[in-house]
Write a protein that binds this ligand. Structure first.
Ligand code: NAD
Length: 358
């Protein structure tokens, strides 16, 4: 029996999270789900969108799966998703981007895995608002230290990238490649320009790669070239490891190659702890409509089953998802040729079809 923290989320989160839970249960794997609530609705009730018992539950069970959670723009609370990653030190974001026949895409051969560093880089949240005393002080200090000139009406965001942070994410990517029979890791960077942040990232990647020589190939690409290569010949690439910001951007690019947000699963992992979730957000305009595609969250459930060592059940569930998509009948609106196709089914009906195919 596995114990898993189950966080339905808000917006369309509960629709896709419950669809996933029913599919995972239908594989026959024994899971005791510990249901925990976080997000907009919890904020109204408990005064915080991330009550401490949610974190305690994830720390205790070491495995969680969640529906998306809304982050209101410009007001309210910090992102619950970012807080979870920070509090639990989930430093590796895993996003497999694989083509399933039946999904509308120009790229039928794509099977990429993006490994994104989750804690450093421009995402570290070290920012100075233009015009404030702190910002002017930061500008003067940086000018004094670097000799550079910075316009006084600038805002400033700091990009820290550490050797230790780079080492653990690159090692994670190689270990993932080894464990999953992948042949190559590509480190993506802009070390030619950002010599003291992307530079150490690349140098560390090269050093770690030497330990895996003969087992997993290694190469590096400059990020702008990588974007072009991914659009022209994505089939040449396998596992990509990237600092936080490039990882954020390229994982959406890769997700677009294989048919978009509806089919892109993900996981945020630390040492001995893992939180699985789709790449997409809470799509609030479809809240309560039983409309959005549950595939990304169900495939996140497949990743979770593999993480739990339930390989056979994971493969069966992935095959069932793939069959339903390939048949193209019991699928949500976004997988139909025309988005207003009246034969599109709802979230829970697509889950029913997947359970039927199991
Ligand atoms: P979104 O991913 O929620 O939706 C963008 C659009 O993509 C939707 O309007 C819809 O047309 C489509 N889409 C998304 N998921 C789909 C699905 N499963 N099936 C079919 N179509 C789908 O992105 P957004 O509108 O930028 O963000 C909405 C909210 O979600 C924001 O508050 C954001 O902060 C939050 N968010 C949460 C997470 C997370 O929980 N990890 C991730 C990203 C965004």
């Amino acid at each position: 029996m596995h114990k898993v923290t189950f966080i339905p989320g808000d917006g369309t989160g509960p629709d896709v999270a419950w669809a996933m839970r029913r599919c995972v249960d239908a594989t026959g794997v024994q899971i005791e789900w510990e249901e925990q609530h976080a997000g907009l609705d919890v904020m109204e009730e408990k005064g915080t969108p991330l009550p401490p018992e949610v974190l305690e539950s994830v720390r205790r069970n070491k495995v969680a799966i969640k529906g998306p959670i809304t982050t209101p723009v410009g007001k309210g609370f910090r992102s619950v998703n970012v807080a979870l990653r920070k509090e639990l030190d989930l430093y590796a974001c895993l996003r497999p981007c694989k083509y399933y026949p039946g999904v509308r895409s120009h790229y039928p051969d794509v099977d990429l895995v993006i490994v994104r560093e989750n804690t450093e880089d421009l995402y570290a949240g070290i920012e100075f608002q233009e015009g404030t005393d702190e910002c002017l002080k930061a500008i003067e200090t940086i000018e004094g230290l670097s000799g550079a000139r910075i316009k006084r009406d600038s805002g400033v965001s700091i990009k820290p990238i550490s050797i230790s942070g780079s080492e653990r994410i690159v090692r994670w990517a190689f270990e993932y490649a080894l464990a999953n029979g992948r042949r190559k890791v590509t480190a993506v960077h802009k070390a030619n320009i950002m010599k003291h942040s992307d530079g150490p990232f690349l140098a560390t990647a090269r050093r770690v790669a030497e330990e895996y020589a003969g087992k997993v190939e290694f190469e590096d690409r400059i990020v702008d070239n990588m974007c072009m290569q991914l659009v022209q010949k994505p089939e040449l690439y396998d596992v990509l490891v990237l600092p936080n910001l490039y990882g954020d951007i390229l994982s959406d690019l890769a997700c677009g190659l294989v048919g978009g947000l509806g089919v892109a699963p993900g996981a945020n992992m630390g040492d001995g702890i893992a939180v699985f979730e789709a790449t997409h957000g809470s799509a609030p305009k479809y809240k309560g409509l039983n409309k959005v595609n549950p595939t990304a969250t169900i495939l996140s459930g497949v990743l979770m089953l593999r993480h739990l060592g339930e390989q056979e059940a994971a493969s069966r569930l992935e095959k069932a998802v793939s069959e339903v998509i390939a048949q193209g009948q019991h699928v949500t609106y976004d997988l139909k040729a025309q988005r207003d196709d009246p034969t599109a089914v709802g979230t829970s009906e697509m889950a029913d079809a997947i359970i039927g195919a199991l």
